[in-house]
Design a protein around this ligand. Structure first.
Ligand code: KIV
Length: 281
């Protein structure tokens, strides 16, 4: 790693690596001891991946949240492995620097550790992912162990695991501190290099972060995690079907898109577009 980074107000916006080199899994793990807060966002296509990568985000996740924010479904359960591979391939073309992680969708790893390994292998070989992510703590430990034994880097995901939405009865904050800690430790022991902690009380996330050697990436889990992730269309104000409390809108691109398209329609209708400079002789 070329730039020594420690958490301080003066260097808090430094990237994890310089612009010429891709962030690796060891960079990601080392960030925890170096006090570098990790940044992670979701991406689903080439154009957005390129913009996010150029803006310096440490890692991009091709999340199965694409079921909701790209496909318009009520949850992510119907997303297939082939769809994940397709979107991972699109994102991979736009990535120069960020560590590219792809989600294993519902029922692509729950059947057996062998199925989990095969699915993870496809995301790496066919999608171009550098690492994979799956949901579950203790219950997914065997799948995590099978994948990491094949040297495929794996990120865990505990707390509000969206693939369990039917069991939870909705997208609800998870509060069982002892169980969450057990899940986090099972993920680490099985070989994961990092773990997403979603929608848990900040005190619990803080305890988990202190207990693990691997970085925790929080979403709705307070400020003490080693990094943060958001769903990019939420952050940009492009998706408002659901508005979780933990989302911060850093832009209102939804409004910007509506305004731009209204102006386009008006100009086409009143004949002011295309102007001479947009036309050929
Ligand atoms: O699918 C996804 O986007 C995710 C993040 C919310 C962590 O799993």
């Amino acid at each position: 790693m070329s730039v020594p980074v420690k958490a301080s107000p003066n260097n808090s916006n430094l990237a994890l690596t310089n612009e010429l080199r891709q962030v690796t899994v060891p960079d990601f793990v080392a960030a925890k001891t170096r006090g570098h807060r990790l940044t992670m966002l979701t991406a689903y296509d080439y154009t957005m991946a390129r913009l996010l990568d150029e803006a310096g985000v440490d890692s991009l996740l091709v999340g199965d949240s694409l079921g909701m924010v790209v496909q318009g479904q009520p949850d992510c359960l119907a997303v297939t492995l082939d769809e994940m591979i397709y979107h991972t391939r699109l994102v991979a073309r736009g990535v120069r620097r960020s560590l590219l992680v792809a989600d294993l969708p519902f029922m692509s790893y729950q059947v057996s550790p062998r199925q989990a390994l095969k699915s993870a292998g496809r995301l790496i070989k066919e999608g171009g992912a550098q690492a994979v992510k799956l949901e579950g703590g203790v219950r997914s430990a065997a799948a995590i162990a099978a994948i990491t034994a094949a040297d495929i880097p794996l990120m865990g995901h505990i707390g509000l695991t969206p693939q369990s939405v039917r069991r939870f009865g909705g997208f609800k904050v998870q509060r069982d501190a002892e169980r969450l800690l057990e899940d986090a430790q099972a993920v680490e022991a099985a070989g994961a290099f990092a773990v997403v902690v979603e929608c848990v009380p900040m005190e619990v996330a803080s305890r988990i972060t202190a207990a693990l050697k691997i970085p925790t990436i929080g979403i709705g889990a307070g400020p003490d995690c080693d990094g943060q992730i958001l769903v990019t269309p939420d952050l940009l104000g492009l998706f408002d079907d659901i508005r979780p409390r933990f989302v911060k809108n850093y832009a209102d691109l939804g409004q910007a898109v509506r305004k731009a398209v209204e102006t386009y329609c008006r100009e086409v209708r009143d004949g002011s577009f295309p102007a001479p400079e947009h036309s050929f002789r």
